[in-house]
Write a protein that binds this ligand. Sequence first.
Ligand code: NAI
Ligand code: ISE
Length: 334
Amino acid sequence: MSINVGIIGTGAIGREHIKRINNKVQGAQVVAVTDINAEVAKKIAKDIGATFFETGEELIASDKVDAVVVTSWDPTHEHYVLETIKHGKYVFCEKPLATESEGCRRIVDAEIEYGKKLVQVGFMRRYDKGYIELKNMITSKKYGEPLMLHCAHRNPSANENYTTPMAVSQTAIHEIDVLRWLLDEDYASVQMLLPKQTSNTHENLKDPQFIIFETKSGVTIDLEVFVNCRFGYDIKCDVVCETAEFGLTDPAFTKVKAEEKNYTRISPDWQTRFMDAYDYEFQLWINSVISGELTGPTAWDGYVASITMAACHEARETGKKVNIELDERPALYC
Ligand code: NAI
Ligand code: ISE
């Protein structure tokens, strides 16, 4: 069996996912594309032998399309995901699931009403080999309980349109999901600090930002978000357990000793750092669509991320510790 996929949004990551689906993973092909930038989408459709649709709604409704990938701008996600649920089709939505927690909740409720999980959110860190190994080590309890996590999410530079809240909603969102998945528990509270600011930022962006989460069982997590670090794309996650510490390494590069130096390169960007994770994410999504049972990050995970992000914004603005309160988890997601 092979799945016919329609892509809504043929921008940067949409194009990456088209290549991934058509050339890297097994069991699916892109048969339909749409974008408000019709010119670009039409060219892509021609190049890959897919049909161009004038609107996302027509693409979703088409008999040609079995499953939908949403890679358009954040504010459009909720509408396209709800529309796809209405048609009873599977939908992979890039993060965030919706821009506000109310929108995420509407998606959760629509899925519950439909009676089956149809939505997967693009939290690709869960498919990174390093994080998977960390999760296996934590779950094994070989070194006792996890007590503290020390994490960083660094980008080399952020443009003028990248503003203070985006350090959470575009960037820390990945840790918010993956750390909760690693520890298999929800957050209880969050605090935010604004350290001394880099001279490389601009007036609308506080950079770096420092986030402290406490989980329900009392694990403390510190997360530095620094999007103008200049030296590369750098992701850190060190887990301190009762009798050991283990953490991520930058997996992509070889250690080099030469010219009186001993060094390893750093990934230049997130595409390079997480390329294998995106490929694996899509292979497992396609497998689960074929089998009829989704296994990846759910609409509920999208909702939890959104509630957590709202608490981060409040913590930054008030300087106070903010409790993170979730609705009761619906049976569909237990
Ligand atoms: P982009 O701006 O390069 O591409 C978005 C495309 O969506 C544009 O071509 C735009 O014309 C199109 N679009 C906007 N509104 C539309 C609508 N109503 N219907 C159809 N097309 C529409 O942006 P990029 O970087 O590709 O990001 C897309 C999404 O993917 C964002 O939501 C972003 O948060 C997410 N993303 C996820 C990443 C991850 O690591 N998982 C990495 C980068 C982006
Ligand atoms: C970008 O949107 C992503 O999702 C990347 O994974 C993240 O590392 C980057 O900071 C975001 O801007």
